[in-house]
Design a protein around this ligand. Structure first.
Ligand code: 3SL
Length: 242
């Protein structure tokens, strides 16, 4: 299995499509997606564009859908929920379709929506996604970070390293680390794996969230490792399900 890491969706090659891709936005979109599906959400539909999201929302009975998302870290006006994984409790999301738009995570998902097997990963479900890849054995996997409006983010690289490290632990002979970005991500994982929350807090987006108010519970939740078995999987373009 050839593994490459791209820091942001913009870095993904245009004229090649791998068998599988895994999108990361550990702070916080893919952590929220994992918790929402774990807690019984029917599906998560992702949108870059808010008008498209609102149009789609109007096609659902009001009781069956939840609008969720942020811009710049803050909840979008008129939406039911922001992008905190703590907001997607079973009481709120069970059986519901979530319509989601975030600053970077949903944009990264959109960029690779044509990959046949598309998953999302965060630290919370890293092992579950690693096991899925090991069972499917795709020849080539792109790990795609969400970054922050086109630039590198430490926490996504760290989480990419965590996934690659897990794959290497399970089956070193079948994994080929293809690019320097992933070698660097593996080093980050080695450096911070025993203090994951500190890594997230040191990241520029971690500092941004702290500047917006107390996000202690979000940092704790997003830095938990391998606590969920859910593998969010694209079941049709832009729609993720467990
Ligand atoms: O950019 C994103 O997609 C979000 O995950 C950012 S935030 O953590 O919700 O602010």
């Amino acid at each position: 299995m050839k593994l490459s890491y791209f820091h942001v969706a913009e870095d993904v090659p245009e004229h090649f499509v791998p068998e599988s891709a895994v999108v990361i936005d550990v702070l916080r979109a893919t952590t929220t997606i994992a918790w929402a599906l774990n807690n019984g959400a029917k599906q998560v539909e992702v949108f870059e564009d808010l008008d498209q999201l609102r149009k789609r929302a109007s096609e659902y009975p009001e009781m069956s859908r939840i609008l969720l998302g942020e811009r710049g870290g803050a909840k979008i006006d008129g939406f039911d929920l922001g992008n905190s994984p703590l907001g997607v409790t079973p009481e709120i999301v069970s059986g519901k379709s979530l319509l989601m738009s975030t600053t970077n995570g949903t944009r990264a998902l959109n960029r690779v929506r044509n990959v046949e097997k598309l998953y999302t990963v965060a630290l919370v479900n890293r092992n579950a996604v690693a096991e899925k890849l090991l069972s499917e054995k795709p020849k080539e996997v792109w790990i795609v970070g969400s970054g922050w409006v086109g630039s590198y983010s430490l926490e996504d690289s760290f989480a990419a390293g965590s996934l690659a490290a897990r794959l290497l632990e399970h089956d070193p002979d079948c994994i080929e680390v293809v690019n320097d970005e992933l070698v660097a991500a593996l080093s980050l994982w080695t450096q911070w794996k025993d203090d994951r929350e500190a890594c997230l807090r040191n990241a520029s987006h971690g500092k941004r969230l702290s500047g917006l108010g107390n996000h202690d519970a979000d940092f704790k939740c997003c830095s938990e490792l391998d606590v969920l078995q859910v593998v969010p999987t694209q079941v049709k373009e832009g729609v993720l399900s467990a």
